[in-house]
Design a protein around this ligand. Sequence first.
Ligand code: SAM
Length: 349
Amino acid sequence: MVDFAPGMTLAEQFRAHAGDQTHLYACAMRSMADDWEAGGPIREVCAGYEMAPPRLMIQLRLLAGIFRLVLTDRAPELRAFYPCLGGHAPPETAWPVMRRVVAEHVAELHRSLQVAPQTNEVGRSVALLAGLFDLVEAAGLVRIRLLEVGASAGLNLLVDRFYVSGDDWEYGPPDSPVRFERAVQGPVQPYHFGVTSRRGCDLEPVEITTEQGRTLLTSFVWPFDLHRHRRLAAVLPLAQHNPPVVDAASAGDWLSGQLRGAGEPDELTVVWQSVTRLYWPEAEIAAVDRLLNERGAERALGHVSMEYNPSGGQPELRTQLWLPGRASVRRRLLGTVHDHGIPVRVNVA
Ligand SMILES: C[S@@+](CC[C@H](N)C(=O)[O-])C[C@H]1O[C@@H](n2cnc3c(N)ncnc32)[C@H](O)[C@@H]1O
C-alpha cells in the first residue's frame, strides 16, 4: 500500500507512489513529478487536477493514457520500453522519449485523466471456483445460475471455460487457452457443476466486444507484469466469442431485480464478487447484505466473496449459503487469496 500524506501536491503523490522502485512506471512517475514542478507538458496535461486527492490516482490514469497511445500505434517510439510488447530498453532512459509523446498528445492525455483505473483480473476466477466447489458440495445442487456484482468486463463469469488444477485434481476443459496450474493450495474437493446462466453488473462495465474496451483493460495492467498480460491476452479472444452480459448498474439495485422470485427448485443462484466492496459506499454494503439475507429465505442462494478485510492482510475467500427450510445460514472463511487471485490458499477441510 502506498502511504499518501494529507495535502500532498500532485508531484509529491507521484514520488510517493514511485518510492525507490526502479521499474518503468516508477522512473516515469519521478520524472513526471519533476516535470510538473518545472511547468512542463505534465503540468499542462494535469491542468485543473492540481488539487486532486490521492485516491484518484492521477499518475495511474496518465500512465494508462500513455500506454493506450502505445497500444494503438500512436507512440511507436515508446514500444522499446514496454516489456509486454517485447521491449527491453532500460526504464531509466525512457523519460525524454515519453516526454515528447506527452507533449504531442496533451489534449488526449488530459481527457484520459477522467478514466478511472479499471482492471478485470481473471486469476480471481480460481477463488470463485474454490467457492463454487464448497457451495455445490454443501447444497447438493449442480445447476448454477451465476451472478456477479462489480464485474468490470465480466471475464470471471467464464470460470467454467478455464482449466484449473490443484495438487491432485483438475477442472475445466484441458485444452482451454486460459490455464491456472497448481493454483489452489490446501484441501479442495472438486465437484462437477454446470452454469445454466451468467450475468453481471458494474457501475462502468467494460465492453469486451469492442477494440476500445479491450485496449482499455490492457492499458491498466502494468506493462512489465508479463504474466498478467499473458492471462489477459489468453482470455480476450475467448470472451469476445462468448461475451458475458454486464449491465450498467450498482450492485444493490441490480441484485434486487435479479433475485426477485423463488428461482428454479433445482438450481443454486450464486452471487460472486471480488475486490469491489472497498469501492462501495456504506449504504451499498448494507443493501447487498440485507438483500442476500432476505432473498436467501426464499430460494437456494450462495454467495462467494473475495474481498479485503478492512483490518488489512490478503483478500479473504468466504462463502455463505442459504437453503429453503434451513433456519441458519452456513458461513465459511475458506482461506486467503493473492490480490490477483493466484494462489488461493484454502485452509478448511
Ligand atoms: C477492482 S475492479 C474489480 C473487477 C472484478 N471484480 C475483478 O476482480 O477483476 C472493481 C470494480 O467494481 C466496480 N464498482 C465499484 N463500485 C460499484 C458499485 N457500487 N456497484 C457495482 N460495481 C461497482 C468498478 O466499476 C470496478 O469495475
